[in-house]
Design a protein around this ligand. Structure first.
Ligand SMILES: Nc1nc2c(c(=O)[nH]1)N[C@H]1C(S)=C(S)[C@@H](COP(=O)(O)OP(=O)(O)OC[C@H]3O[C@@H](n4cnc5c(=O)[nH]c(N)nc54)[C@H](O)[C@@H]3O)O[C@H]1N2
Ligand SMILES: Nc1nc2c(c(=O)[nH]1)N[C@H]1C(S)=C(S)[C@@H](COP(=O)(O)OP(=O)(O)OC[C@H]3O[C@@H](n4cnc5c(=O)[nH]c(N)nc54)[C@H](O)[C@@H]3O)O[C@H]1N2
Ligand code: SF4
Ligand SMILES: [Mo]
Length: 722
């Protein structure tokens, strides 16, 4: 119910400021509210970071709020599979049932019998950031998984190795750079990632207007490639070699000007000496001449920034790629420099104030596959085997928090089967979907427009230093719970049922921490940071400008000696795997490699039931180069079968010149399967899940999944019905 009700005459409109939490751009919004309903949403032009930007998803934010499919009360399942029926139950009964289920698994086995999966929207909710981690900590299970290991772990691993902290991630100074070198990212569709850059389209226009250059390396001619100065096709998963050849060129041609606080330049030079532009050409399809020219241009530019995202992070050599990106910026003199890459100085600095630890690697390993943890999490590619393999430490109960791993993680179809065999499962989620349908109970929290927001994550990654606190636009229903309240109750009720009692002092301190509201905690943390105050932020709900990014190094390094290791041993060691395991072009007759894609109006695996975001041309198809179609006797629009080591899917194909020959693309987050919901049906198109093809055995050295570059074959079935 709107807090405006009763205060505003019938038919009159008010405006309220809100914030979009659907991607990392964190756009400020201005909502028009008439008779308690949102009748208009536009970007807030006064927001110092987003400057009025909004995309189609932001416009649809109120559709989520009013969505009849969205769960508003807890539901409990009886029966399984097609026979499942769901009944609404009270919060009290739901929370007790979940606490019973989780505690029983732990009491009858051990703490590792509980598996937890943390999904992407947690990063976009203040309550999850302040209370979700607290909940997870109370369980002490080693079986923690998250969307991070199908996403950005390589960045965090390399940040830890080179800068001493998993959250020290350099950000391109997009507003001042004159040369933006992009590998494997599509910010025109994604609005930027690990680079909070609302209004990317205009920021690129400005870059070009001031004479700057954007160069894109991508196996697909993407929306970003199309607005770039230059685009080059690159064979999936060969980027590490191309990037190292660029670093090598800087060194060989004497273009390097490293800052004084780096070590191990000689060791680096020796380690990568064989990564020549000619070798890179042979595996990547990018000519040696192009590699040399771009390296020289990059080094000569007055402020240049190299950036690599999902296409680099989620391949077999994600960590080497991120290391090489850092090396390019460091050795070309663009590290910690205006117009190069810089470290944001957020008003709440989680790296500085210890909210999140510096990170650790391989402190323990997974039970079945012996895979190292990173930052307390195991690779999500190991999730299924930990459920299926009997023995001490086997997962018997699962809790998912805002995640849909059945569609989002490798071999999701089999993970779904494993979920079906659990003793107990609970999900904190706002929809019934491919994952949550296996839950015994679903606990749905309030959504973006009903909760206060301060962004604890994305100010740390933003191209400008700003701070913004947005009070809830609508009051929550009397009978609704915020995520942080659910987390608090789950922590307290489950702890009370777990046999191994914790010391009284620990229980009390947990209770106190869990009882502080997220907003109160933001106030405290702002005081620690001393850059702004809650009073100031409440006075300026559009956001407070804290100025452009500026040099802060080496003082902010978290390494013991305040220096940067150019050649961290684990990464140097991984170069051998790179040398020996890259596929030789020409081998694997008939084989193609599969990559993913994102669209402007998709939001990972959800929002596919919203009319506003699914209308228009179907976008679920396999994209394939016309020459590859012709070579297999396949016609545009045919139904094809795609097969990988892990499985097969059938979908219609679209021939497009935008695909590099030899490479095919499917979007992720498609393939909705829950009968009786509109998820994926709004446009009449369900599509298939790319993660029924991706392979949990394919991993980066950091444990991150290699979703990109999966070898597949494609064959024609019958022509698709039109
Ligand atoms: N092949 C392939 N796989 C990929 C990717 C890829 O590029 N290719 N991308 C990967 C990446 S980068 C990511 S981040 C992951 C995402 O992986 P996940 O986080 O597992 O998946 P999402 O689709 O983001 O699922 C979001 C879930 O949260 C629920 N939800 C939405 N809002 C809220 C809320 O406010 N509160 C609660 N409690 N629940 C909410 C939705 O109903 C949905 O179930 O997918 C990864 N998987
Ligand atoms: N509209 C929209 N925006 C989103 C999301 C969404 O689902 N929809 N998801 C959000 C999330 S969770 C994230 S993590 C970000 C991701 O943000 P981005 O990384 O910008 O998005 P992607 O579309 O995954 O871009 C990856 C690019 O890498 C290319 N690629 C694939 N394999 C390779 C390779 O081996 N080498 C190279 N060089 N390129 C390769 C792909 O063709 C693709 O263009 O987007 C966020 N924003
Ligand atoms: S770019 Fe779109 S989805 Fe992302 S925060 Fe802005 S309005 Fe929301
Ligand atoms: Mo992501």
């Amino acid at each position: 119910m709107s807090s405006d009700l009763g205060l505003t005459p019938v038919g009159a409109s008010t405006t309220k400021l809100g914030v979009c939490n659907l991607c990392e751009a964190i756009c400020g919004l201005e909502l028009t509210i008439t008779d308690g309903a949102v009748t208009g949403i536009k970007g807030n032009a006064n927001d110092p970071l987003s400057r009025g930007h909004i995309c189609p998803k932001g416009v649809a934010l109120a559709d989520i709020y009013t969505d009849p499919d969205r769960l508003r009360r807890p539901i409990r399942r009886t029966g399984t599979g097609a026979e499942a029926t769901w009944t609404e139950i009270s919060w009290d009964e739901a929370l007790d049932t979940v606490a019973d289920g989780l505690a029983t698994a732990i009491n009858e086995n051990d703490k590792n019998a509980l598996g937890i999966y943390v999904g992407n929207p947690n990063a976009h909710s203040l309550g999850s950031m302040t209370h979700g981690f607290e909940l997870i900590k109370t369980f002490k299970t080693r079986n923690k998984f998250s969307a991070s290991s199908v996403d950005q772990i390589p960045h965090m691993y390399v940040g830890m190795l080179q800068f001493g902290h998993q959250l020290l991630l350099p950000v391109a100074d997009l507003d001042n750079t004159s040369y933006f070198l992009v590998f494997g990212a599509n910010p025109m569709a994604s609005n930027g990632s690990l680079m909070t850059v609302p209004d990317f389209p205009n920021r690129v226009r400005e870059l070009k207007a001031r004479g700057g250059t954007m160069v894109v390396f991508d196996p697909r001619r993407t929306e970003t490639a199309k607005v770039a100065t230059e685009h080059h096709f690159i064979r999936p998963a060969s980027d590490a070699v191309v990037l190292m050849a660029m670093v090598n060129t800087l060194l060989v041609e004497g273009l390097s000007e490293a800052p004084p606080y780096v070590d191990n330049l000689d060791a680096l030079q020796t380690a990568i000496a064989d990564f020549t532009p000619e070798y890179a050409e042979s595996v990547s399809g990018v000519s040696a001449e192009t590699i040399r020219r771009i390296t020289r241009e990059f080094a000569a530019a007055d402020g240049a920034a190299a950036y690599g995202r999902m296409g680099l992070s989620t391949q077999g050599f994600g960590s080497i790629c991120q290391w090489a990106i850092n090396l390019l910026n460091l050795l070309s003199g663009n590290f910690d420099r205006v117009g190069g890459v810089l470290f944001p100085e957020p008003a709440i600095d989680a790296a500085k104030n210890g909210l999140l630890s510096a990170g650790h690697f391989d402190v323990w390993r997974s039970r079945v596959r012996d895979m190292p943890e990173f930052g307390g999490e195991l690779p999500v590619s190991c999730f299924r085997e930990e459920i299926d393999t009997p023995g001490e430490g086997q997962i018997k109960a699962v809790l998912t928090l805002a995640g849909n791993p059945v569609l989002s993680t490798p071999d999701g179809r089999r993970l779904s089967e494993s979920f079906a065999g659990l003793d107990f499962m609970a999900s904190v989620d706002i929809y019934l979907n491919e994952t949550t349908r296996h839950a015994d109970v679903i606990l749905p929290p309030t959504t973006a427009l009903e909760r206060d927001h301060y962004d604890l994550v994305f100010h740390m990654l933003a191209v400008r230093n700003t701070a913004r606190f947005t009070p809830a636009v609508f009051d929550k229903d009397k009978d609704a719970m915020h995520d942080w309240e659910i987390f608090r109750e789950l922590a307290l009720r489950t702890t009370a049922r777990i046999n191994a009692t914790k010391p009284l002092v620990q229980r009390l301190s947990e209770r106190v921490r869990l009882s502080l509201s997220p907003t109160f905690m933001v106030g405290l943390l702002l005081r620690l940071g001393r850059k702004t105050t809650m009073t100031q932020l409440r006075k300026h709900p559009e956001g407070v400008d804290l100025g452009p990014l500026r040099p802060t190094m080496p003082a902010r390094l978290h390494t013991k000696n305040k220096r940067i290791d150019l050649a961290p041993a684990p990464l140097v060691a991984d170069l051998e795997r790179l040398r020996t395991s890259l596929p030789v072009p020409g081998e694997g007759e008939g084989e193609l490699v599969l990559i993913g894609r994102r669209h402007k109006s998709d939001c990972n695996s959800w929002t596919h039931n919203l009319e506003r975001l699914t209308r228009g041309k179907p976008r679920h198809q396999l994209l394939m180069n016309p020459a590859d179609l012709a070579a297999r006797g396949i016609n545009d629009g045919d139904l094809v079968r795609i097969t990988s080591r892990v499985g097969s899917v059938e979908v219609d194909v679209a021939g497009v010149d935008d695909m590099m020959p030899g490479v095919v693309s499917l979007p992720h987050g498609y393939g909705h399967q829950v009968e009786g919901t509109r998820m994926g049906h709004a446009s009449g198109v369900v599509g298939v899940s790319i993660n029924d093809l991706t392979d949990p055995e394919r991993l980066d050295v950091s444990g991150n999944a290699a979703l990109s570059g999966v070898p597949v074959t494609v064959e024609a079935l019958v022509p698709a019905a039109v």
